[in-house]
Design a protein around this ligand. Sequence first.
Ligand code: HT7
Ligand code: ZN
Length: 893
Amino acid sequence: GQVVSLADYRPTDFVLERVDLTFELDPTETKVETRLIFHRREGADPTAPLVLDGDELVLTSLLFDQIEIDPGRYTATPNLLTIRDLPAAEPFEITITTLINPEANTQLMGLYRSNGIYCTQCEAEGFRRITYFPDRPDVLSVYTVNIIADKAANPLLLSNGNFLGGAGYGEGKHFAAWFDPHPKPSYLFALVAGDLGLVEDTFTTLSGREVALKIYVEHGKEPRASYAMDALKRSMKWDEDVFGREYDLDIFMIVAVSDFNMGAMENKGLNVFNDKYVLADPETATDADYANIEAIIAHEYFHNWTGNRITCRDWFQLCLKEGLTVYRDHQFSADQRSRAVKRIAEVRHLRAEQFVEDSGPLAHPVRPNTYKEINNFYTTTVYEKGSEVTGMIATILGPDLFKAGMDLYFERHDGDAATVEDFVACFAEVSKRDLSQFSLWYNQAGTPNVTVSCAYDVGAGLFTVDLEQVVPPTPGQPNKQPMHIPLRFGLLSAAGAPLAAAGVEGGEVSGDVLHLTERRQTFRFSGIAERPVLSLNRGFSAPVVLHFKQDSADLALIASHDSDLFSRWQALSDLALPVLCESARQTGGKVAAKGRGTKAKSAAVAADPAAAVALTKSLLSIVGDDSLEPAFRAQALALPSEADIARELGSNIDPDAIHRARQALVAEIARAGLDLFGQLVEGMASDAPYSPDAASAGRRALKNAALGYLVQAAQDPAKAAEAYDKADNMTDLSHALGVLVTYFPETEAAQAALGNFQTRFAGNALVLDKWFSVQASIPGDGALARIKALMSNPGFNPANPNRVRALIGSFAFSNPTGFHRADGAAYDFMAEQILLIDKRNPQLAARLLTSMRTWRMLEPTRAEKAKAALSTIEKSSGLSNDVRDIVERMLKG
Ligand code: HT7
Ligand code: ZN
């Protein structure tokens, strides 16, 4: 694969004025006629040829101004069409006919057929698999689309924009015409045809226009689309209320399909969704499913302004639409639900995914400088760190200036293909701040480490905070500049009350935000009457790793008294992590020496008794505090994950030791909180009919977390089996199944529940994904055999990305002890699977392969075995660009 560089960006030589597409749909031989009207850009080389992108295309005809073109004037390969001797100034028309095979398109990029439905996925470079085209995001044009297809099989013919009309077309065919008045890049093109059920509603916009809302799902599944519709209407209203953004077409459509590479796609006026993020009802969807649907419906809808009306100049600017849109969907969910709980979940996810990416071989800046395969840059860094960067702009500017900057961005760049610089300039302008140092967040990869130490001089009433920031080296970036890091903070008295300083020196402090801009900086707070406890990075205002040795008493004070709920949760986590790490270090050595499976029950406590006691006390007091919302208390009960512990340890990782350490602490807390957990399981239960609202979901989350501890304390599956039998919604049912199967996999109770679940939901593939996933996540060496057996289950379909992610993805990403079994057998299995999947769907294969990105952190024996499996992949012939790019970067250095 070739390297594409940001520095090489040049505008096209030709301007595309109009696009007219005619599709004659056929499962294996679809004819696409493309009429393109171009003129040469002013100032462009008058002799430059027109170069159009293609991918596996077959050209059947080529016309210039409606006349067959002289073969000497063009060169066509499956990947490129070059046309020479074109007019220097006046507009001209090129008509291209290509023949494509939607049935054979297993990559799910371009036009493909899924379950009898024709659909398209064009981002990032899928349009070139439909026709030859200047397939890049800075070529904006107005599209007319005609679709001709068999009427009985495809009563529905959809594309972007407004419906122009349709009629019969003879021989059992019909046609429909669509016109999208908004100039758009090719990646936002969409076509859907087939036979689907419809859920309809309307939305009246800010200015009183009525918009028709249509959600298309498989026949019979219409009732399961009502939550998505509700989420859509709430999203439309919220974008008007909070960002002043109104929808701009008369119709907004969503189509749910079952074979899809990602979550959803924001095509103009015609969003295409993975059906997992549309369909929900209490019997089949969990609270988490509902929350995901709400967030993804919102995300794609919000793209209409941040992505579609203002798009990206080139793919290096991907964070311009993705980071900003994630920021917007986070704000939306925070407003719909609990802001603090949402923030905790975001940070958990950021650390589990983005921090890992940022510290490994695949680290790259929020705005990369080069890529070999753009599909591999739809990453958590571009999305989630991109969102954090937007959030830091909001923190630095404050809400009013942030809003003014966003308004300026929308006003100034509507209709543009813009850059990160354009975006940042709007905030610099409204705030009159120099944001050049801040912009390093877009260009420097790596999570900054911030080391903190404090001193208090009682005589002088002076509190000093020393900060030092180090941005670690990352691939291609050995040396880093200091960043502008906005840290929200507070000072607490011994009683937990806020302490105010009379003054501060050493750097900018605006309101409750401390601006760390130097490599080393000392902030001096004067007029402090007693020794304060510093609560730093409240709300996780900056995505950094803090190295701050606060003693257990200070952390316990923050955990119980901070005004910031995020910081209270963080303090609990800071109490738990050292205990867990120390215990993992100790049990690792001991158990390895004595053989596996020996008792490690009290290791967590033995590691650091004082910290373990402080943790248990703080945790149980939060969990038992009825004045706090249940969802927050449930978050407190979810201890740092095994992956969190691995990250904290950083190197020489033994997943078995980590698992034992965490289980020991869980057991310890379960024993200490036995009564409380029993009360919560009873007290949080409800007889009311299921409702997916945040408060009800929070009560279920707390009840189920408590149940998990109770079952473990009892070391008896009976309580989980009872919960399984009693469950009247999927949240409770799948949680009970998870507890049973994870902790007592070989028991009759677990096997009975698995059998019951499978029979009960046979025929519902999305629910069976939960069944696959829960079994794929059972810890221990037995997991691999289980995965292999499940691959022969008739419900498993290797062509469907959701099934593959549920089984193989859950194993690789969510089963550390199973996947990293010491003999390396799972790595070899994964290598085999990656090579098989790569033949069918390179995007999916490349994504699964990233599960091995942490291989260098493993203890040496495992690391060697992982490396060998990766080398096998690297040496294989016929690798896709996608997999080659990932495997090469993972093995480099
Ligand atoms: N903008 C979309 C990103 C995307 C995608 C979606 C489905 C299949 C393949 C894809 N490649 C890129 C989704 C989003 O972020 O909203
Ligand atoms: Zn997006």
